[in-house]
Design a protein. Structure first.
Lengths: 337, 337
DNA sequence: CTGTTAGCGCCTTCAA
DNA sequence: TTGAAGGCGCTAACAG
């Protein structure tokens, strides 16, 4: 049978409470006593029972990751990072896919909170900016860290300066001679849509290029919206020479449509995206894009959360560095004939 | 405050135990009583506290998914399925990335088992066929369900007839006139490698084509091994007219290399893969491949496991149907000149 | 078919 | 610095 705290206490000749103090790193234990308890625990191979701990201590030693699966890769990287942080803190992780935009999604999260009582949540986009959800979490007094949250939607978490990243990439494309640069936007419910659009406009502005509304097409962060957007853009009388897809899926849709039309990328059309998904390396031509350190963002957001839970936290939003990945889908602007 | 089982019992005018029966799907509850309890629970937004449940029930109400992340998409689909099954059974899920092949990975799983005491494990390839791991799990008396396990490596779980699937796809390609069909294999540690290779050989055999050893290249289920394999194959004096990549990543590597050489797919070379990842739809030309119902496999494997845990289980390995996805990367064999 | 009683193993509170 | 008693919310075992 497994040893219980009682057994350890008996073996060490102290009370249960003293063993509990040792295991929870509470003060007020004499060094000598501590050592005796630790030795007894080792001998008995004692492991605290986490259910009992949670039940009595009103903490679950569990955090939950909420996501709306925009992209498997992204989520898996976030998960990896969050797991790494959890491991260090001896915390467990539960997952909660949330169908953002479906009626009752807030209640679904409430169910999770009621059942597992996670000590905190990590929110990924677009849930980070889901106002009804955030309001309810505050009412329920559930703390959370946000990944890529808009201003004021999270007190702690991790983010990236997407706007500056896009502006940087725009400068690269402008340097290649492009002036008619189009953008297929992200979905309206995502905070990233606004940042990336703003970066696009910043880039034009810095290059002294007048924005052309015909070159901004509504998209939704999907491959299909990339195809549809590319069709409209390439059918224009004066089509763009470069297209910025709001994420890699969108950009791949553009490449697909270009290939379908026999348009050579990058010789006749430059394309770039955002996210640096594995696919961006595996399409032909490989995609120029912006690398987002998702794994680190997950790890840091989780750490901020765990620190706050344990009271160690200075808190705050940590801004991580991005990185341009210039590959083969961007090239010099084609010569006019 | 949150409702407890006591509150629900009071509201429904029954005892705590009856509420417990309803929530645990135990028999011996009159239908009318069950409905009354369910209604009361809904009104009070009652959710059983999982810590208390585990403590009293001497079960963790938790299963763990072990994976070695061959592909994010695959794992995320499996996770979705497993979560769906868990939800129904009011079970929680913990994840465990395992670095298969790294020393100490078995101990890492033991750590998981000791700490969380999951009531069972779901194993994904290649861990399903990791003999040292399986042996240890049996020693520890931890039950598990396997996904795509080789014969005898799991008693319960879900699988797919990969061999027949590949043979089917081969028949499709043969019908297009191809006779020099190459295969870039999967990694040796994966059971899928053998099945897919066998299906390839079956396909040749059924078409009366003598296998050519030069047309079978060692790969490892990666994009890079697809590129490397394609290079060797396309440099042959008598190159193949069709290449089967052991998975979609490999096949995409082949397409990439073909594009880099200016070889038109499918006009000059046909390519097909296995898995039906999202990428297979998003490359140009879109990839002919075999669809694997990963989500269902996760759901069913988890359900088999949960049934066994609760004693409801007839058990066994459920074989799921595959589906050919013929897209644009396979076409008639090029005319000889 | 339904209810009662006694813990599950730990932490909290309060006393020493 | 240490300990004793009570209870966290639920289920098992047994009783009706």
């Amino acid at each position: 049978m497994r040893a219980r705290i009682e057994d350890v206490a008996a073996a060490a000749g102290v009370s249960m409470k003293t063993v509990s103090r040792v295991f929870n790193r509470e003060p007020n234990v004499r060094e000598e006593t501590r050592l005796r308890v630790e030795e007894a625990a080792r001998q008995l191979r004692y492991r605290p029972n986490s259910s009992a701990r949670s039940l009595a201590g009103r903490r679950s030693y569990l955090i939950s990751l909420l996501y709306d699966n925009p992209s498997s890769n992204y989520i898996m990287e976030i998960i990896e990072g969050v797991l790494a942080a959890c491991e260090q803190a001896h915390y467990g992780l539960t997952l909660r896919p949330v169908d953002f935009g479906r009626r009752g999604h807030v209640e679904s999260v409430e169910g999770l909170v009621n059942q597992y009582r996670p000590d905190g949540l990590v929110l990924t986009p677009p849930l980070t900016d889901d106002l009804p959800l955030l309001r309810r979490l505050r009412e329920l007094d559930v703390r959370y860290a946000g990944i890529s949250a808009k201003r004021n939607n999270a007190r702690i978490g991790a983010t990236l300066d997407e706007r500056a990243a896009v502006a940087d990439m725009m400068a690269h494309v402008v340097a290649l001679g492009h002036r008619r640069i189009a953008h297929i936007t992200g979905h309206r419910s995502h905070g990233a849509r606004a940042w990336r659009l703003a970066g696009y406009l910043d880039g034009l502005n810095q290059a002294g290029i007048e924005p052309d509304p015909a070159l901004v097409i509504e998209g939704e962060f999907s491959f299909e919206s990339g195809i549809a957007g590319a069709r409209r853009l390439l059918d224009l009388d004066d089509p763009p020479t470069a297209i910025f897809g709001a994420n890699d899926d969108t950009a791949c849709g553009v490449i697909y449509e270009a290939a379908a039309r026999g348009l050579a990328v990058p010789d006749q059309l430059s394309v770039f995206g955002f996210d640096d998904t594995p696919m961006s390396r595996q399409v032909w031509p490989s995609l120029s894009t912006i690398r987002q350190p998702s794994r680190d963002m997950g790890r840091i957001a989780a750490r901020q959360l765990l620190d706050e839970i344990s009271g160690h936290g200075a808190g705050g939003i940590v801004r991580l560095p991005y990185q341009l990945q210039i590959r083969h889908s961007t090239g010099p602007v084609p010569q006019r004939r």
